[in-house]
Ligand binder design. Structure first.
Ligand SMILES: [Cu+2]
Length: 292
């Protein structure tokens, strides 16, 4: 029996819809593949474009940043050794005692010798890690007798530096060039801006070889002052004063950023510290004292 025309028409329509659905699906797939390969390409290119890109923490330019780096590497190699031993024993046991070889499982439970060994070895490793760590932590906390103290107050979204015992104080905000380029449809290519989003209008200026004590607080929300070259990352919390110190060994410009999600412009409050020779610093402080 032939179907009525309307039913035939409906089935043709259904088949057409099915075909178009398949076509749409394959189009979406193509689009996804294209997008994915483009993003992967972008990632690879971004990696090569940024020469400063590195996986490990930097050694920094202070004695304590180097000590922190060495501690980090020591713990890292301990972890590698532990992983090699533990996974090695596991893999060897799995292969050597596999069922296909007809190995029968042991039936004992509790072994005092094993328990003593797997308690003693980790304790020894932890002590070996804890002793140098405690030594470094004591040094990190010892901010006595500084040559210079600076109060750093965080704002949404800039930093304020006040040099104690002087009239020097100023705000440090995102540099004008970055500010212009970050605006939507600014027409400025961010890659054409030097130190894009990592530059400020007024950097913090510090003399080389001076013990600088930093006091952190905040005017609004929690921020975090992070400068990898000095191995300092301290929270700036409203109503609380945190402390850190450093002695920079090398003249140079060091960059960091806020490391605590602090609002919509969290990504736009970089930190720049300029370490200069003591004589140049004396001239700088004299020219800025009472000016701002
Ligand atoms: Cu912040």
């Amino acid at each position: 029996m032939t179907e009525p025309v309307s039913v035939q028409f409906l089935s043709v329509l259904e088949r057409l819809a099915c075909l178009s659905r398949r076509a749409a699906a394959s189009q979406v797939n193509n689009l996804m593949t294209r997008k994915l390969s483009l993003s992967l390409l972008g990632l690879i290119l971004a990696g090569t474009a940024n020469a400063e890109w590195a996986l490990n923490m930097p050694k920094g330019v202070t004695d304590l940043s180097l000590e922190t780096y060495n501690l980090h590497m020591m713990v890292f190699w301990w972890c590698v050794a532990i992983a090699v031993v533990v996974f090695g024993v596991m893999i060897v046991s799995l292969v050597k005692h596999r069922k296909s070889r007809g190995v029968v499982a042991a039936t004992f439970s509790h072994s005092t010798t094993a328990e003593v060994i797997w308690t003693t070895i980790p304790v020894i490793i932890l002590v070996l890690m804890a002793v140098p760590t405690a030594e470094t932590m004591v040094k990190l906390e010892d901010s006595r007798d500084p040559d210079l103290s600076i109060v750093i107050t965080a704002y949404q979204w800039k930093w304020h530096y006040k040099y104690q015992d002087t009239d020097v104080e100023f705000y440090s905000s995102l540099a004008r060039e970055s500010l212009g380029a970050r605006r939507k449809q600014s027409g400025i290519d961010p890659f054409s801006v030097e130190n894009y989003l990592r530059d400020v209008d007024n950097p913090m200026v510090i003399p080389r070889d001076a013990k600088v004590r930093l006091l952190f607080t905040s005017n609004d929300v929690i921020h975090s002052w992070w400068l990898p070259a000095f191995a300092i990352k301290k929270d700036a919390i409203p109503g609380i004063v945190n402390e850190a110190w450093f002695r920079a060994n090398e003249v140079g410009i060091y960059r960091g950023q806020c490391a605590e999600l602090c609002g919509k412009d969290h990504g736009y409050m970089p930190i720049v510290v300029e370490v200069i020779e003591p004589e140049a610093y004396a001239a700088w402080i004299a020219s800025h004292d009472g000016e701002r």
